[in-house]
Write a protein that binds this ligand. Sequence first.
Ligand code: FES
Ligand SMILES: [Fe+2]
Length: 448
Amino acid sequence: MDKPNAPAPHRPGPAGLSAEMSAEMSDAEVVTIMTDMAALLDKRAPDNRSPENASPDNAGNTLANRRTMVDLAARLIALARAGRPDEAPDVMHVPASRYTDPAVHAAERRAIFDRMPFVAGLSRDIAAPGDYLRIDDFGTPIVVTRNRQGQVRAFVNACRHRGAALVYEDRGRLAGGFSCPYHAWSYDLDGKLLGISCNASFGSPDKDALGLIEVAAHERHGLILVAPRPGITIDWDEFIGDALDAELPHWGFDTVTASRVGPIELAGNWKLVLETFLESYHFNYAHRDNLAQYYNGNVNTVDMLGRHLRTATSLRTILTDLAEQPVDQWVPENHIHVKYVLFPGTILINTPQVLEFFQIVPQGVDRTVVRHGCYSRMDLSVPANAVMFERIWESAHTVVQKQDFPYGVTTAHPPLAAGALPGLVFGRNEWPLQILAREIDRAIAEAA
Ligand code: FES
Ligand SMILES: [Fe+2]
């Protein structure tokens, strides 16, 4: 992987880029996209605006969520005026070993990644029976599909004969069921073994005992949770918790359309990647020439919903526009972007136009995969929206790889790994970094 050549403060080279990343987008182009996004906003008052009632199961929560959004906007107006975010009581020092010690990595795998469910994707990713997602990043190769009854099912992506993978693309559609390419054993969408080729000469093992190995899956509010391996159960209520469960329908994850996905491979510890998403302190510097033109840097709310985190950032229009309006006319979603961090590393960023999905998965103590997806809230049958969606996708995919990941990950990991830096410091204004560091430590302690 390329290393940057002494990156200038605001113009780092294309460090840490995966082969996926080829498009170069200038800061000016990113700013133009944000201007165009602002022009698309639906400025109607809340009662007429569809996202308030986007989800049919949203009815009971609509009012509470409206109050939550108004409350977040009011807090952000006060914070923007003060020019600071919700803050921790003190700074926090973390040791380099947190990012470089294989024993720490092994403990995180055991306590977190091998036992906690993760968001495999959105319901719309596998809308029809036979649609599938292949996910290898959590260790156990998994295929997630939808059966004929519309239920989500997940299996180990391995044939019960001699272990060959059944699907090879990241996503696709099965014609009726699984057919192993090695010797053509076939399975239905519930994993039942239907046929053994050359049955007469192969012999007759007990087919009922040779169905695909199931992995737990649970679908709700447009999200699909999957266990990382067989034998791990999913308790949605315990994992998601009441507060987040009540809030998720507000975002209509079951109604977003289309998606663009692109994995990003990075040479660095997964927590460095996670930390790039957790503060707005860097906006005015790392993103000075693009995002900071529209966002208030070093201004964000911080709330814990169970073990998950919610942070909201604001556009500059929150002071110039929203703060000037009567509250009952507020459309907070047009001026604030709400980000959820589902523990430990699934990030859902909500804007009026799109849902950005980032999932951070360690592949080793110094290697990380980011599953990046972008889902549209715009009607993509309108050609201008389809063009806008592509531009939004490309700008997000570019900015994280041009700025966040070179600064936060691929140049930060080597001095830690070399033993040349004793550790890192999290400021009071980087409170979410402190919170998640403690949550990770807590999860490890609980599993010990
Ligand atoms: S490994 Fe699948 S049929 Fe042989
Ligand atoms: Fe950033």
